[in-house]
Structure formats: structure tokens, C-alpha cells
Ligand binder design. Structure first.
Ligand code: ATP
Length: 323
């Protein structure tokens, strides 16, 4: 009912809605309406009450509430079931638990803050309250485990599209999982897998995007290498709108991948990639290899040509861009 009251107030904007009208529409008492208005205020909605005029919604809080995400969301599967946390250790960890206990494809786990945000290889992901977009999706594609690296690339393309739509910023992709802007890290994607030998049981796709951080919001260890949409565009970005666009684009590119294969995704990925056709250093368990980033193959592996002309392929590793 609280969500229904909110819908009526939103529809009534920029005008007042009388208490009587809300009572009639929802078939509840005035006291009940008042209770829900109070509860919305506690959630951070600024609602003014004026004698004889009624209620007016003055502002919506900067929160990723499930009902705000669901409002106007035009996906068929992704984000249709939402778990929202003001704070948790890591959205990927909660997503894995939910997936193990049977949560379905498209389940979304979203948090305002992570206290143990993770990057690849157990590295940290700085996730302060309400500044970034932090979410995980449970996916259950009927594919073999070996193609799973492609899903990270599906997500990178989708997030780059969503960022462009919502903020106007064109960001670049650095193989395998980084979103960059102005040479600094804007976001990352962490895909985790549960599989048998020949079949994926579930995938958890985690995304962290720096949205409204200012320079001073990053810890000193990453302040020179991290950036946010606000730093790049000079404007705050609505995190709910960015999340909705991310779900829409993710569903579009995920379906393209499921039905049309990796080729169309890879083609777009290459257009957005900033770590190809240039000298790079690849840090992998085998050490550091320098060379020319020549291509990414049909499995998503990085193809490097060394100074001696030898071709080496990397399925995992970390790329640093040398000038
Ligand atoms: P990199 O590409 O930076 O070498 P990686 O790809 O191996 O790292 P990721 O999972 O992409 O690892 O990200 C983790 C790293 O990103 C951390 O070690 C830290 O240096 C940096 N980092 C942590 N939080 C943030 C953040 N919010 N924004 C930008 N960079 C971050």
C-alpha cells in the first residue's frame, strides 16, 4: 500500500493530491494514509502536507529502493526479482547464496554500500554508501563452462551502452573486465561461476560502477587511478536510471549472445575496447609479458604478439597500457 500511495503522489506531481482522493483510490482510512506517508518520509521522501490542499511529493531520495527500480522497468527477466540491502559485505556473495538455494535467472541483488566489495583475485572494490552502483545478477545460461568469460564481455558492452545512454559519457573497455574513462577506472565486472564439467549451474555477474564520487571520496591508494561519472561529466547521475538502463542493455546483449552467439557481442566489444592495437604488458601467473595487443579471439582470449613475433594467448591476466 505504501508503494501505491507513492504512485498516486508521483502521478499527481507537480500538484497536490488530497487525502480524500488517496483514501478513495486505495479504499483505506485517512489514518492509514497518514501512516504510509510517515513511512515514506522515514524512507527519505520529502512530502509536504498542506491543510485543504493535501499532499505533495517534493523530492525522491537518492536510494536504490526496489519499487523505484521496478517503476517503468521494461525488462522481461532481469531485475524482475529484487533483493535490496542498505549495506552488505558483497552483492556477489549474497547472490551466490541465493543462487545455491534456487533463486532464478535474472534475480537482482543491489546494495547502497559494500563492506567487503571484491575485484578479481580477491582484490578489494571500494564501495562507499550511496555513491556507486553495486549490483549482481544471477544468470543460468544453458552453456558449457568454457564460454563463461564471454559473459563478462557481454556485461562490459551492456554497461558501456547504459553509461552512454544515462550520462552521455563514452567509456572504454580494458580487457578483460574494466570500464575506463580518461584512462582511469570507472567500473569493474566480476563474474563467478558454479558449474559441473560440461554444464553451468549458475553464474553471478557482479558490477561496480563509480557514479557520484568526487575526487576526495576515493582512498589515497586508488585516487590517481579511479574516476566516476560525476568526475568525468561534471554532473550527478541518477543511480536508479543508470541501473534500469543497465538491466535493459544487459538483457538485450545477453539475449543477443544466447541466440546469435558471441560474434555480434565481440564486434561491439572491439569497437569499445581501448586495450587493442597498441603496446601492452600482460601480468599473468606466468609473469609479465610485453607485446602488441593484436586481437581478442572468438573465446574472449587476448592475442598478444611479442617483440620476437611470437603469438601468445591469455585467457586471464591483467593488462597495463604502456605509452
Ligand atoms: P587492475 O585492472 O586495476 O589492475 P584488476 O582488473 O586485476 O585490477 P579489478 O577486479 O578490476 O582487478 O579491480 C580491483 C582493483 O581496482 C583494486 O585492486 C584497486 O586497485 C582498484 N579499485 C578498487 N576499488 C575501486 C573503485 N571503486 N574504483 C576504481 N578502482 C578501484
Amino acid at each position: 500500500l505504501k508503494e501505491e500511495v507513492l504512485k498516486i503522489l508521483k502521478k499527481g506531481r507537480p500538484g497536490f493530491v488530497s487525502g480524500e482522493e488517496i483514501c478513495q483510490k486505495l479504499n483505506v482510512t485517512r489514518a492509514a494514509v497518514w501512516k504510509h506517508i510517515q513511512s515514506l518520509r522515514e524512507d527519505g521522501y520529502l512530502i509536504e502536507a498542506r491543510p485543504r490542499a493535501g499532499y505533495i511529493l517534493r523530492s525522491v531520495p537518492d536510494r536504490l529502493y526496489p519499487w523505484e527500480i521496478a517503476d517503468g522497468l521494461d525488462t522481461a527477466v532481469l531485475g524482475r526479482e529484487i533483493y535490496y540491502y542498505p549495506s552488505l559485505t558483497s552483492t556477489n556473495d549474497v547472490a551466490k547464496d541465493l543462487a545455491r538455494s534456487g533463486s532464478g535467472e535474472g534475480t537482482l541483488i543491489v546494495a547502497e554500500e559494500q563492506t567487503g566489495g571484491k575485484g578479481r583475485l580477491g582484490r578489494f572494490w571500494h564501495s562507499p554508501p550511496r555513491l556507486g552502483l553495486l549490483f549482481s545478477l544471477i544468470l543460468r545460461p544453458a552453456v558449457e563452462p568454457r564460454v563463461v568469460a564471454q559473459v563478462t564481455m557481454v556485461a562490459a558492452v551492456a554497461l558501456a551502452c547504459a553509461i552512454k545512454e544515462t550520462s552521455g559519457l563514452t567509456c572504454g573497455i580494458k580487457w578483460p573486465n574494466d570500464l575506463l574513462a580518461g584512462g582511469r577506472k570507472l567500473g569493474g565486472i566480476l563474474t563467478e561461476l558454479s558449474a559441473e564439467v560440461d554444464r553451468v549451474s549458475f553464474l553471478v555477474l557482479g558490477a561496480g560502477i563509480n557514479v557520484n564520487q568526487s575526487e576526495g571520496d576515493f582512498p589515497p591508494s586508488i585516487s590517481a587511478t579511479a574516476t566516476s561519472l560525476k568526475i568525468e561529466t561534471g554532473r550527478r547521475v541518477d543511480r536508479v536510471e543508470l541501473l534500469k538502463a543497465s538491466l535493459r542493455e544487459m538483457e538485450r546483449w545477453y539475449n543477443t549472445w544466447l541466440t546469435g552467439g558471441f560474434a555480434p557481442v565481440l564486434a561491439r566489444w572491439k569497437e569499445l575496447c581501448v586495450s587493442l592495437n597498441r603496446p601492452v604488458a600482460v601480468h599473468s601467473p606466468l609473469g609479465v609479458t610485453q607485446g602488441w595487443a593484436e586481437d581478442v579471439d572468438e573465446d574472449g582470449a587476448l592475442v598478444l604478439r611479442t617483440a620476437g613475433g611470437e603469438i601468445k594467448k591469455f585467457v586471464s591476466g591483467e593488462v597495463s597500457l604502456r605509452s
